[in-house]
Design a protein around this ligand. Structure first.
Ligand SMILES: Cc1ncc(COP(=O)(O)O)c(C=O)c1O
Length: 445
């Protein structure tokens, strides 16, 4: 097939996700290696977002590919009711790398399913039904996880498709505080308000948070936030669900974002980097306290592809690669380099409102005016088909051979953990040139 045919058939006969279908001309990705992917014409792109913040080991990692091949030859599938060696081996490994106390696992095939399972487990275990989530969050695309999503992807399913009992708390965003406070004078009022919500709502089973918010802006909370949230949950007998679908597996410079603060969630969900996207795997990890409840109560959940061997084998290989190549520490070190480079961009470009992040997980937020923080586009723009400034800039970056994922008013910078300094320089130089376009469109003071 020619590239033209691939693109035409893909656009006509398959759905483009989270978009108007009209005008969709997907790039034909024909090949990929390391930190790069290559289009149908042979043009090479540096992947500065690890595809969807998931290809952490880069492409064509031999160890992971071999693990899939070996597992396919040995045992491609066994129903979830059977024990398999690969399931036991991965479970042993998870006990070594997950935050302490998370000891029983449910394997699915996406972050969405991991969160669906978490919410269902929390409700069954506590006997309560309300779930607190936060605005500026994304937790997945099906019933419970989209209902718990704070960003505009939720709007289309309301009211009929939304599950009962999900309520939203203010997010922790020190650049755009939803309570109009300033840190540290605020006394982290946003987390104290969650205590107030729980006490006044009653019937709260769990709160689900991305410890470092991903797509919605790489929002890193102050150091007190997560420990205080854990304390509030403990005092009110509410479960803490840490959604580490995007922030896990070294992305932020620790195995998991909660490790920055030593916080132990009751349930941790993850996907993406667990296999470095070589196979679709979701994980819901719970404490033994939660697990024990189901010894005498029906565990009412399951999927045909739960613990599918072809998804588990690459996870073992990917975790071993993260370990043997010291990629968690590398993420922290390279993150320091990236931080300096991004901050130098900020000092140069009046269209940059904020750069923030941890490890190799950063956002560049663009604004029309640094003082007023007026964004180039709104959430309404995102779902109403308006052409977004970030999308336009992302197109210009592609012309320069750099891919960076745009979202409403910022870019999500999350390169493979194997990225080299020269590659960071190359991408930042491309941003430097492209941001001049936004600089020309700012509203001066
Ligand atoms: C924090 C978070 N949770 C859940 C999901 C859903 O994961 P998936 O797309 O694998 O269903 C995502 C996806 O981007 C995510 O970033």
């Amino acid at each position: 097939m020619t590239t033209e045919e691939v693109v035409a058939i893909t656009a006509k006969h398959t759905y483009g996700t989270w978009r108007y279908q009209k005008g969709w001309k997907p790039l034909h990705v024909a090949d990929a290696e390391g930190c790069y992917f290559i289009d149908g014409s042979g043009k090479k792109y540096l992947d500065f977002s690890s595809q969807l913040m998931c290809s952490s080991l880069g492409h064509k990692n031999r160890a992971v590919i071999n693990a899939i091949e070996e597992q396919a030859n040995k045992l491609s599938f066994a129903a979830p009711s059977f024990a398999t060696t690969v399931r036991a081996e991965l479970s042993k490994l998870l006990l070594e790398v997950l935050p302490a106390g998370l000891e029983k696992f449910y394997f699915s095939t996406s972050g969405t399913e991991a969160n669906e399972a978490a919410i269902k487990i929390a409700r069954m275990y506590t006997g309560k039904y309300k779930i607190i989530s936060r605005y500026n969050s994304y937790h997945g695309s099906t019933a419970a996880s989209i209902s718990a999503t704070g960003d505009p992807r939720r709007w289309a399913i309301e009211p009929a498709g939304k599950i009962d009992g999900v309520i939203f708390a203010p997010e922790c965003n020190c650049y755009r505080c939803p309570l109009n406070h300033s840190y540290p004078d605020c006394g982290i009022a946003c987390v104290e308000y969650i205590d107030h919500m729980i006490k006044n709502e009653g019937n709260v089973a769990a709160i689900i948070v991305e410890p470092i918010v991903g797509t919605n802006g790489i929002l890193v909370p102050p150091d007190e936030y997560m420990p205080r949230l854990k304390e509030i949950c403990f005092q009110n007998k509410v479960l803490l669900i840490a959604d580490e679908v995007m922030s896990g597996w070294g992305r932020t410079g620790k195995w998991f974002a909660v490790d920055h603060w030593g916080v132990k969630p009751d349930i941790l969900t993850t996907a993406k980097g667990i296999t470095s996207a070589y196979a679709p795997l979701g994980l819901t990890a719970t404490t033994m306290e939660i697990a024990d409840y189901f010894n005498d109560h029906y565990f009412s959940h399951g999927h045909t592809y739960e613990a599918h061997p072809l998804t588990l084998a690459p996870a073992i290989a990917a975790i071993n690669e993260l370990r043997s190549k010291n990629l968690i520490e590398r993420s922290l070190q390279m993150g320091e380099y990236l931080k300096v480079k991004l901050n130098s961009l900020k000092s140069k470009h009046p269209s940059i409102g904020d750069v923030r992040g941890r490890g190799l997980f950063w956002a560049i937020e663009i604004v029309k005016n640094q003082k007023t923080k007026e964004p180039f586009n709104s959430k309404e723009d995102k779902v109403s088909g308006v052409s977004l400034t970030v999308d336009r800039l992302a197109g210009e970056l592609m012309k320069k051979g750099v891919y960076a994922a745009p979202w409403i008013s910022h870019f999500v910078i999350a390169p493979p953990l194997i990225i080299e300094k020269e590659e960071i320089d190359f991408a930042v130089d491309a941003f430097d040139e492209v941001l001049a376009i936004a600089d020309n469109e700012i509203i001066p003071n």
